[in-house]
Write a protein that binds this ligand. Structure first.
Ligand SMILES: CC(C)(COP(=O)(O)OP(=O)(O)OC[C@H]1O[C@@H](n2cnc3c(N)ncnc32)[C@H](O)[C@@H]1OP(=O)(O)O)[C@@H](O)C(=O)NCCC(=O)NCCS
Length: 148
């Protein structure tokens, strides 16, 4: 089994889109991922296993702050450590870009995601009302990258 984490290419977008549709109640449209590939702020990476895309993330770096827009693993591939691998790479990317923190939004009931984030040192800092397009609120979590 060969795992690779690499920058996404246009050829990966159909697989990313299929994972997105199975992962989120309000998925991004497919064209949004092509747009992200052209966006200088964005790092869109895929995790492949034996050449097949099993997960991806989209991270924006704006000045000294990183914002995680999306992370997902294909339904059938969950609980195998791939989400953790993706998140460890998010942290490495943000450090490499000299960011002082990583910010993300998460649905308060998303136990799986919140567990990983907490395990990797993210802390809930605030709450955004009606953040999602279906009207659900978001918890905002932050990981500081400054040395203590
Ligand atoms: C969140 C997500 C990326 C996790 O991916 P994953 O590959 O299953 O994660 P991992 O296998 O690395 O899990 C790491 C730990 O997270 C926790 N966890 C993961 N899934 C869980 C679940 N369904 N319920 C409870 N805890 C869970 C566990 O502590 C797990 O460790 P363990 O398997 O040793 O018990 C995946 O569930 C997903 O794609 N969800 C839909 C998209 C999404 O919600 N993304 C986050 C948006 S903010």
């Amino acid at each position: 089994m060969r795992c690779e984490l690499r920058p996404a290419t246009p050829g990966d977008v159909p697989a990313i889109n299929a994972i997105e549709r199975g992962a989120f109640p309000c998925p991004w449209p497919e064209y949004a991922f092509y747009r992200e590939l052209e966006n200088d702020l964005s790092t869109l990476k895929v995790l492949t296993v034996d050449g097949e895309v099993v997960g991806y993330y989209d991270l924006w770096v704006c000045a000294n702050e990183a914002h995680l827009l999306n992370v997902a693993v294909a339904d059938r591939e969950r609980r195998r450590g791939y989400g953790t691998k993706l998140m460890e790479d998010v942290i490495a990317e943000a450090k490499h870009s000299r960011c002082v923190r990583i910010v993300l939004e998460v649905r308060p009931g998303n136990e799986a995601a919140i567990k990983i984030y907490e395990k990797l040192g993210f802390k809930k800092v605030t709450h955004r009302l009606r953040y999602y397009s279906d009207g659900e609120d978001a918890d905002v979590m932050v990981k500081s990258l400054r040395e203590p």
